[in-house]
Ligand binder design. Structure first.
Ligand code: CA
Ligand code: CA
Length: 296
């Protein structure tokens, strides 16, 4: 699986004066892995805007290119080859990258990412690996012998089609002892297959009858609980109203004469009012020690 370089950038609008730390990236080589272009990911853009990218090299030289991000269907990807940049700088010893967006009043541009890429769109499935010094024991601002690091792998499905069976493998980085590995849980929707469910279908209850869903058939059964295994932490919203954090797992919440109890293991009990007919919806949140995911 490909590992893409993901860059954290300074986004600058012309009206605001921002001082650029032109050595902050520490002489980063953007051509590593035969990369020869930037790829700008655009989440939304309601009108055509100009984006100027300036690459600050060591020695205070710069490379600059201006591109047009078109309005229209998104997500959109705009590739900017290094060869289209002008100036005396380079891409092999980079200290900073600056984006300046020029637009008319009323323009709305939401950028997703700027990364190096030799292709015109990201791979359908990709993984990014980032690392951070968790404790800088000697205070030198970088990884040293004995400093604990945290590596974070993010796997993206950039396609509109589900990708089951994705595996990630990577060697442990040199001079690193691998410690605890945690994975982020993913919650998936539950409920009957249609709004007009029938007896016998999942999460379907009978008129004026308490519905008991055991953990083995509960909210977590179709979720990826991650590691360490996530549990339900909160529930709310939907027919219950209010935010999802209104109710802690293990408690009961009432709405219009109905009572819902959701437990940490994903089991639940729904006691309908004597006249209740229809759909009763809510959201729940699952979390482990590493991350939080929310879904209905
Ligand atoms: Ca250090
Ligand atoms: Ca679920």
């Amino acid at each position: 699986m490909a590992l893409a370089t993901l860059l954290v950038l300074c986004l600058v609008f012309p009206a605001s004066a921002v001082t650029i730390a032109t050595t902050g990236l520490g002489s980063l080589n953007l051509t590593t892995g035969s990369q020869d272009a930037f790829l700008l990911g655009v989440n939304s853009c309601n009108q055509s805007v100009n984006v100027t990218i300036t690459v600050y090299s060591s020695g205070a030289t710069t490379k600059t290119a201006t591109i047009v991000v078109p309005a229209g269907t998104t997500p959109n990807y705009v590739q900017i080859p290094f060869s289209t940049f002008t100036g005396t700088g380079n891409f092999t010893s980079v200290g900073a990258i600056q984006l300046v967006v020029n637009s008319s009043p009323g323009a709305s541009l939401v950028l997703d990412f700027l990364r190096t890429s030799s292709t015109a769109s990201p791979p359908l499935v990709e993984a990014t690996l980032t690392d951070v010094v968790l404790v800088d024991n000697d205070g030198n601002g970088k990884a040293s012998a004995g400093d604990p690091l945290r590596y974070i792998v993010r796997i993206n499905n950039n396609d509109v089609v589900a990708k089951p069976g994705v595996n990630f493998s990577a060697p442990t980085p040199a001079n690193t002892t691998l410690g605890a590995v945690s994975t982020t849980p993913i919650a998936r929707n539950d409920g009957p297959p249609s709004a007009s469910s029938t007896p016998g279908q999942a999460f379907h209850g009978s008129f004026n009858t308490t519905l008991n869903i055991p953990a083995a058939a509960g909210l977590l059964t179709n979720d990826f609980v991650g590691s360490p295994a996530a549990l339900v932490t909160f529930f709310g919203g939907g027919s219950l109203g209010g935010p999802i954090t209104d109710n802690a797992a293990g408690t009961s919440a009432a709405a219009s004469g109905n009572t819902l109890t959701v437990n940490a293991d994903g089991s639940l009990t729904f006691v309908p009012s004597s006249t209740f007919v229809g759909n009763f919806t809510f959201s729940y949140r699952i979390a482990n020690s590493g991350a939080v995911r929310t879904l209905r």
